[in-house]
Design a protein around this ligand. Structure first.
Ligand code: MV4
Length: 491
């Protein structure tokens, strides 16, 4: 087992990884940008090193500096978290050159899954269902028209180097096809430096259902069930739940076996996610994410498996701590991503100082967060500041518990997505589990109206809170100082 791990990330995920390290008796090393001097994760780490300017390209993406810190501090392994370098094959290659273990799959596998045509081809060969269409680049307009005709409109043009929704266009009739191809090619060329596009049948209102997989370096692969991530906006997930409301033991068996087959076929190691689109009873491979994901806690909550500890164990060469038969699902979990964004102004980022903070608790509630009272959220990074995760015996209890936890959550000083989540939890279609990837667009008017009401009530509440509990600035300053101290205390 490793004795020291460098965490090449920031915010809540850096803390999540360091928590696993601490439980395993492993020292943790933080690397941080100038903008993150006062961030919680730099205090939580056993050692912390500044590596550059706020801009990610000058700090969190600097493979050379991160490797230097690993060598200087004597870290034997690097955990990349999600985002930043997590799916950059270059990090693994450099680690290998310096005799450092990267906690993740092999670079060649990350690279193969990063190219959508390559991954689709591999999955088809592995016998995993893929969306009808091509698994090769298409550039000839006549050929494109023929393909679209044979699969039937609507179709979708996708960039092979794309992902996360950039470089995609839907086409409803032949007239639009050529123009859509040209525009997708040019977007792909400028965004990814690769103009290759392919064509698929467009599924109109699919569900996004993904499977967590875990593989060791001895050929053992298991899945840890499903998550439904259909509640998203502009390809940013907002609410995730496990299991999917439509899952049955039979469907889980079929989709889970496909996910395991996918991972086995490509020689996968460590934690990964196989994404599917589900439509009208059928499911199709979409993408594979070769990292630990933001929403991993809901899987931990229903399976009881600590995925980050498991990542560290298998990276050190140990076998998986459990077999497929040992994985059982208990109850239901929901995660709400709390972003410093104004949901009433088109989710505009709203960084700034957190002037008041009180996180929810009680039975079945987990908060994974990187913030504390009086912390200033820097404007340079993504706006997620906290994840609120709840568990219930069933979906209804989880929803009720999430509503209760959201009502306890106090964040002052910045606008957050909490009102959006309160509105979603109250939405009747959500409560019925009628989810699809266009849910937020479809119910936008109702959600907006509900949010207006909630924000107004919250403002009145804050005014009452100030007049009853915080009559003087001094009291607020003292409680802020205690809060910051408690959060930065070492174990
Ligand atoms: C699709 C699709 C419908 N049909 N492919 C969006 C992200 C990108 N990586 C793949 N995406 C989609 N591909 C076909 N053939 C709908 C989407 C899609 C989507 C997928 C997952 C989660 C959210 C989404 C939101 C809009 C569109």
């Amino acid at each position: 087992m490793f004795s020291k791990i460098l965490v090449a990330n920031r915010g809540e995920i850096a803390i999540r990884v360091m928590r696993a390290c601490r439980e395993l008796g492993i020292k943790s090393v933080a690397v941080y940008s100038e903008a993150d001097k006062n961030a919680l994760f730099t205090r939580y780490a056993d050692e912390a090193y500044e590596i550059g300017k706020p801009s990610p390209s000058q700090s969190y993406l600097r493979i050379d500096r991160i490797i230097d810190v690993a060598e200087e501090s004597g870290a034997e392994a690097i955990h990349p978290g999600y985002g930043f370098l997590a799916e950059n094959p270059g990090l693994g290659e450099e680690c290998e050159k310096h005799g450092i273990k990267l906690i993740g799959p092999k670079s060649s596998v990350i690279e193969a899954m990063g190219d959508k045509i390559t991954s689709k081809k591999l999955m088809k060969k592995a016998g995993v269902p893929v969306i009808p269409g091509t698994d090769k680049g298409v550039s000839d307009p006549d050929e494109a028209a023929e393909i679209a005709d044979s699969i039937g409109y609507p179709v979708i043009i996708k960039a092979s180097a794309g992902g996360g929704g950039i470089g995609m266009r839907t086409v409803y009739e032949e007239d639009e096809l050529i123009r859509a191809m040209e525009s997708t090619q040019s977007v792909a060329a400028s965004a990814f430096g690769d103009p290759t596009v392919y064509i698929e049948k467009y599924l109109e209102k699919p569900r996004h259902i993904e499977f967590q997989v875990m593989a060791d370096e001895h050929g053992n692969v298991i899945h840890l069930a499903d998550r439904e991530c259909s509640i998203q906006r502009r390809h940013q997930k907002l609410v995730e739940e496990a299991p999917s409301p439509i899952m049955t033991p039979e469907l889980r068996e079929r989709m889970g076996s496909a996910a395991v087959k996918a991972a086995e076929y490509i020689g996968y190691e460590n934690a990964g996610t196989v994404e599917f689109l589900y439509s009208n009873g059928d499911f199709y491979f979409l993408e594979m994410n070769t990292r630990i994901q933001v929403e991993h806690p809901i899987t931990e909550v229903i399976t009881g498996v600590d995925l980050v500890k498991e990542q560290i164990r298998v990276a050190s060469g140990e076998e998986l701590s459990c077999r497929q038969e040992d994985i059982t699902i208990r109850g239901h979990a929901i995660e709400c991503r709390i972003n410093a964004e104004d949901p009433l102004s088109d989710f505009a980022p709203n960084p700034g100082k957190i002037t008041g903070y009180r996180s929810p608790g009680g039975i079945g509630v987990r908060v994974d967060s990187g913030v504390y009272m009086n912390y200033e959220i820097p404007p340079f990074y993504d706006s997620m500041i906290s994840k609120l995760i709840v568990w219930g015996m069933d979906r209804q209890e989880a929803i009720n518990r999430m509503r209760r936890a959201l009502s306890e959550y106090i964040i002052l000083g910045v606008r957050t997505t909490i009102p959006f989540h309160k509105a979603i939890m109250k939405n009747e279609a959500f409560q019925r589990g009628e989810l699809h990837t266009h849910f937020v667009d479809e119910y936008r008017r109702g959600i907006d109206a509900e949010m207006q009401k909630i924000v107004k009530e919250d403002q009145e509440m804050v005014e009452r809170l100030h007049s009853t509990f915080l009559p003087s600035k001094k009291v607020a300053a003292i409680s802020a100082a205690i809060g910051a101290y408690m959060h930065s205390r070492r174990g």
